[in-house]
Design a protein around this ligand. Structure first.
Ligand code: ADP
Ligand code: MG
Length: 526
């Protein structure tokens, strides 16, 4: 439920009082497709310079662009994922400007009539609040090439591999009110794109980058003049750029100056937003590209694409809450990445394929998860019959697995502990074979050495001891050696915890804690 902006804003203190920051993001997302937007050249990343360039991409005279149907489908899927209006008719325009890496002398983009109109992204904030952020539009456009300035002492080279690759520009409304909101919005957008498979979201490779528009105002005042920070390439940098840019603007205004609408950059090393260019308002002389007809498709086509969309993060989160009884927070953590959600579900439902299996395995897993979900037994209260306790599984995935992965900077796809192995550890705990403490040791062994958890427990004698014959002797000794503690414990029964601790220690943590507790109570007569 979205709160009004005034209560959401993290106000920034200035010399003249509180300031509110207003942010709008223009996100460029590279469309996942094998070929470019208007040519058959490959979009593959990292090829030798100019190895993926068709005559169209090089703008040879007389070449004609031909729209790539898959890129159009990807844009429609994305629009549907953003709960947005899909425009059955849209128009490609030429945006004219000169740049060495733009051989056409114009970029084919969409201006007044984009393929996707207004939409909404629901964003969960770290404090548990949820805000609805408006999307203004999504349009398709060509990426430019790249100038290489470091290959020759006196010349620059041009690499056209990216020239003509399809981008989706997703423009938000100026609805964001803090750096945290801007980061959460971009993270959510990235998750949606990755679930949909319409953009890989890889910010390091430049598949997703954001232009961050920032302005400041006194609460309740009209919107201030914005500056645009171009090409920010990590979620963390978006947050930092908003913070420094807002402070820069506040200082200028409080010094009696005014903000000029400018294009700036973010320099993470200096944590500054230096000026990129003092551009005069560009006149791109947009006009409809005469080589391309308006793009038209039917509502039936949109409906067909819609019927095949995968389950998206919001729906998955809702299902994890009703079907598995997870808390909204745990569910949101698990669904943030599709792979994490699948890992959790594989463990909980006891599926046999683990997300560890690469390539074909991933598709197979998705198919299996889908199958398991289709054939699931849903009870009247909406709960699903699960193989393992979902809350315990969520706990272990979030607390043990994620922490361990973070510590080593690994992705869940590269987890050394598979879903099947984690499932086996949970089973050993559930049937009392091992205690929770031993389970953590076992997890560590599986993480570093691999292997079947059941075999490891067997081979290393890690089973929980419920036969207390061996422990009884130890307990007797502890009692004999500590008459003072015995005295105290009889007077104050909470103090038997000390005896339980000693006994557990002497068993190497393998004794069943409840059984030890009972034994000690009996021995002390409390
Ligand atoms: P243009 O098309 O000239 O670049 P838009 O109106 O499309 O301008 O806005 C571009 C981006 O800037 C959008 O994401 C929008 O939300 C954001 N924006 C517009 N006005 C402001 C403002 N005053 N403060 C912060 N962001 C803004
Ligand atoms: Mg713009």
């Amino acid at each position: 439920m979205s709160a009004p902006a005034s209560t959401r804003s993290k106000l920034i203190k200035g010399m003249t009082g509180d300031w509110e920051v207003v942010i709008g993001l223009e996100v460029h997302a590279q469309v996942s497709s094998r070929a470019k937007l208007f040519s058959g050249a490959a979009t593959e990343f990292g090829g030798a310079p100019n190895s993926h360039v068709s005559l169209v991409d090089a703008a040879m005279p007389g070449m004609l662009p031909v729209i790539n149907k898959e890129c159009v489908a990807q844009a429609i899927r994305t629009g549907l994922g953003l709960n947005a209006k899909i425009n059955l008719k849209s128009v490609f325009d030429r945006k004219n400007y000169f740049y060495p890496d733009l051989p056409q002398g114009y970029q084919i983009s969409q201006y007044k009539e984009p393929i996707v109109g207004e939409g909404i992204v629901d964003v969960d904030l770290p404090d548990g609040e949820s805000v609805a952020i408006g999307v203004e539009r999504l349009h398709l456009e060509q990426d430019a090439g790249k100038s290489l300035h470091d290959q020759h002492p006196s010349m620059s080279y041009v690499d056209l591999n990216r020239s003509g690759v399809a981008l989706m520009e997703i423009v938000s409304k100026p609805d964001l009110r803090s750096s945290a909101e801007a980061m959460a919005y971009l993270a959510k957008l990235r998750a949606i794109l990755r679930y949909l498979g319409t953009c890989d979201g890889d910010m390091e490779k430049g598949s997703l980058r954001a232009d961050v528009n920032v302005s400041v105002r006194k609460p309740g005042a009209p919107l201030g003049t914005r500056c645009e920070i171009k090409n920010v390439n990590s979620i963390r940098f978006v947050g930092q750029a908003v913070e420094v840019e807002a402070r820069r603007q506040i200082e200028i205004i409080e010094d009696g100056g005014k903000i000029d609408q400018e294009t700036r950059l973010y320099d993470p090393n200096k944590n500054e937003t230096p000026l990129r260019s003092k551009e005069e308002a560009h006149d791109y002389r947009y006009f409809p590209d005469p080589d391309l007809l308006p793009l038209e498709f039917t509502q039936g086509y949109v409906d067909e694409l819609k019927s095949k969309l995968p389950e998206l993060p919001d729906d998955k989160q809702a299902r994890f809450i009703t079907a598995f009884g997870l808390s909204p927070y745990d569910a949101s953590v698990l669904v943030a990445e599709r792979e994490s959600a699948e890992f959790f579900e594989t463990v909980t439902l006891g599926l046999t394929t683990s997300p560890k299996t690469k390539s074909g395995g991933q598709a197979e897993l998705v198919a299996k998860v889908g199958m398991a979900v289709d054939s699931k037994v849903t009870r009247a209260d909406g709960r699903e019959d699960t193989k393992r306790d979902p809350k315990l599984a969520a706990n272990w995935v979030i607390n043990e697995l994620f922490c361990r992965l973070n510590k080593e900077g690994r992705d869940i796809a590269a987890s050394p502990v598979s879903a099947a192995q984690l499932g086996a550890i949970l089973d050993l705990m559930a049937d009392g074979t091992i205690s929770g403490k031993i389970a953590k040791d076992l997890f560590e062994i599986v993480w570093t050495e691999g292997g079947d958890p059941r075999d490891i427990v067997e081979a290393r004698g890690m089973k929980q001891v419920t036969d207390l014959g061996a422990i009884e002797k130890v307990v007797d000794e502890i009692i004999a050696q500590n008459p003072d503690k015995v005295e105290q414990a009889r007077a104050k029964p909470q103090l038997i915890g000390w005896f339980v601790g000693q006994a557990m220690k002497s068993s190497g943590g393998k004794a069943n804690p409840q059984a030890v507790n009972d034994l000690i109570k009996r021995k002390l007569g409390v």
